[in-house]
Design a protein around this ligand. Structure first.
Ligand code: GTP
Ligand code: MN
Ligand code: MN
Length: 389
């Protein structure tokens, strides 16, 4: 959006997939508050309310300037009464009582801590909360039954709470590329999720893998994870097989966010020295020598260990579905949700990470690029860096 002009005169489209939403915007003082209420609604199993607050926040992210008065909100879509009340209070008093009491509440804090454990969803966290448990420590102390995923989640909790940096993501990219090419030369690997949208940090690193010869990608994941295991690079992995069958699943699944690709939820063991080397690998010889110096044993003693745990998601897609998978795994989550809603409500189509089905023509629309998919949907192409809805 252009930085000049009257924002009230600017036409704000109502679906997030019709708008350009940059990573950095002018209204985080409002969007953070609304997102706390959204998160809290999710913890209370109120999806409708959660999405409403998230949509309201997303509209403010797309504004070309900071909101200074309620006047600035005239003509904006997706701002319900409740969101407007919260915004008004923040504009007038600097904060909202509802947001602050939510932030401080025992339930919000415990649910945040518990759902922050890899492998723990809202349902499980809520059950634990009602049993009086508040943190990962409480789970260990009371000897809760945990599945394999949750055990890893508790074991690496501190590391997995730390944001993953772009430099770390780049090192992981090199490792994944090496692993994939070792087991299937010619395969293509793409960084997905938040890092593809230009984020500087993330909660994990997401990759999409394919091969130009359809069929070559079948059964690829176990080969990749075996290679990584042999190199001692995997702390945890769980692979689910590809279960997508166009005829059987059809377009009905498109409303669900879950897809059926061969997929691996994993935790990598990342050597910290690899990250400092990588950060200086494009630098001059002088910089490289300082990087080596920082690797002296003395420096390393300040850290508990020479490695950290990092969450990595790997997805394998057949070449014919690669464009859909790319669009589906770039995010943001709200952008994806809005794309599917747009397709269904406005175009009588159903979009998934596998395919686009046109219900009027009764056929699947093939696409090789994201651009083609936006065109089918009658949407202006939005680049990944502006999908931060
Ligand atoms: P951070 O990792 O927190 O930085 O943000 P992110 O946007 O990368 O989120 P995340 O890694 O959770 O998800 C990346 C993208 O993959 C998002 O657009 C999600 O909607 C999408 N995604 C996650 N899980 C699934 C899934 O099971 N199926 C499909 N189709 N998409 C998924
Ligand atoms: Mn991610
Ligand atoms: Mn992910």
């Amino acid at each position: 959006p252009k930085p000049n002009g009257d924002p009230t005169a600017m036409l704000m489209k109502s679906y997030a997939c019709q708008r350009r939403t940059p990573l950095k915007h002018y209204n985080s003082f409002l969007t953070e508050a609304l997102e706390i209420l959204s998160q809290n609604a999710e913890y209370n199993d109120n999806e409708g309310r959660s999405v409403a607050f998230r949509r309201a926040a997303s509209v403010l992210k797309a504004l070309p300037r900071r909101v200074r008065s309620m006047q600035d909100l005239r003509c904006l879509p997706c701002l319900g009464d409740h969101s407007q009340r919260v915004i008004k209070e923040i504009l007038e008093d600097g904060s909202s009582r509802e947001v602050e009491s939510t932030r401080q509440s025992e339930q919000y804090q415990a649910m945040k801590a518990l759902t922050g454990i890899f492998g723990v969803g809202v349902r499980t966290a809520d059950r634990w909360f009602r049993e009086g448990l508040r943190s990962p420590d409480d789970l260990i102390r009371t000897g809760q039954q945990l599945n394999r995923e949750q055990q890893a989640g508790v074991q690496y909790y501190d590391d997995l709470q730390k944001p993953v940096t772009k430099a770390e993501a780049d090192v992981i990219s090199d490792i994944v590329e090496k692993a994939v090419h070792a087991v299937l030369p010619g395969a293509e690997i793409q960084l997905m999720g938040g890092f593809r949208r230009g984020k500087e940090v993330g909660h994990d690193v997401d990759f999409l893998i394919t091969h130009p010869e359809e069929g070559k990608e079948e059964g690829l994941m176990p080969k990749i994870t075996n290679w990584l295991k042999e190199q001692g690079l995997l702390l945890y992995q769980k692979t689910t097989r590809n279960s997508y069958l166009e005829k059987m699943d059809g377009p009905a699944r498109a409303s669900s966010n879950m897809d059926r690709f061969e997929r691996c939820f994993s935790i990598f063991k990342l050597q910290k020295s690899a990250v400092s080397c990588k950060s200086s690998s494009t630098a001059s010889a002088e910089d490289v020598s300082t990087a080596r110096e920082s690797e002296r044993p003395g420096e390393h003693q300040s850290e508990a260990s020479g490695w950290r745990a990092v969450r990595v998601d790997l997805v394998v897609s057949p070449y014919s579905q690669f464009a859909f998978a790319t669009l589906g795994w770039t995010g943001s989550k709200l952008f994806e949700r809005e794309l599917r809603r747009w397709a269904g409500q406005e175009k009588h189509m159903s979009l998934s990470s596998h395919a686009l089905y046109d219900s009027k023509q009764n056929l699947y629309l093939r696409a090789k690029t994201e651009e083609e998919i936006f065109a089918y949907l009658g949407l202006e192409f939005i680049p990944p860096s502006e999908r931060n809805a």
